[in-house]
Design a protein around this ligand. Structure first.
Ligand code: FMN
Length: 166
């Protein structure tokens, strides 16, 4: 609950680097997500090359935080690994949220940058990362230690909770 409630989008980072073991744990959290029929139709590209990060900002106008991020994780869906058709977005969304929560638990700031189902992002990311035909880019998570502290808001709203019926 602590990490879930603390998580918020962090778009400004310090220059402190993130060690490889921590990145691996964050990816591990992504792979711990639930998936339809246990299909696990995901792949994760850990991006640390500055040229690649900068190329992404030219494709995606809402990813400028990458210029400050230490690295980023591109969450991809493998359509050929699906057991139930068209669930790959939900499976990869679950993995993405796990990544955000795990990063928060290590004091690392992150933000969900949405890619799927935008056709232009899909085309340009496939080209930039040399993705095979069966692999779809779903989301991108820049990572970095936050440059300043921020308090998340409390969003609990009892009017959105229903008992047994609408
Ligand atoms: C599917 C999805 C796509 C998003 N795309 C972007 C994005 O492209 N750029 C960005 O800065 N934030 C993006 N966000 C983050 C949202 O803006 C953010 O989660 C929302 O404003 C709530 O703020 P919080 O994350 O601090 O709770 C995205 C979030 C989701 C779930």
């Amino acid at each position: 609950m602590d990490a879930i409630l603390k998580r918020h989008s962090v778009r400004s980072y310090s220059k402190e680097s993130i060690d490889g073991a921590t990145i691996e744990k964050i990816v591990h959290a992504g792979m711990a997500a639930p998936s339809a029929m246990g299909s696990k139709p995901w792949h994760f590209i850990v991006i640390s090359e500055r040229d690649k990060m900068s190329a992404i900002t030219k494709i995606h106008p809402y990813s400028q935080m990458l210029l400050e991020a230490q690295c980023a994780i591109l969450v991809c869906g493998d359509i050929s690994a699906e057991i139930l058709t068209d669930y790959f977005q939900q499976n990869c969304a679950a993995a993405t949220e796990n990544i955000l929560i795990a990063a928060t638990s290590f004091g690392i700031g992150s933000v969900w940058v949405g890619l799927y189902p935008n056709e232009k992002y899909r085309r340009d990311f496939k080209k930039l990362f040399n993705l095979p035909d069966n692999i779809e880019p779903i989301s991108l998570v820049p990572l970095g230690y936050p440059s300043h502290a921020m308090q998340p808001s409390n969003r609990f709203d009892s009017s959105r909770v229903h008992a047994n019926n609408w």
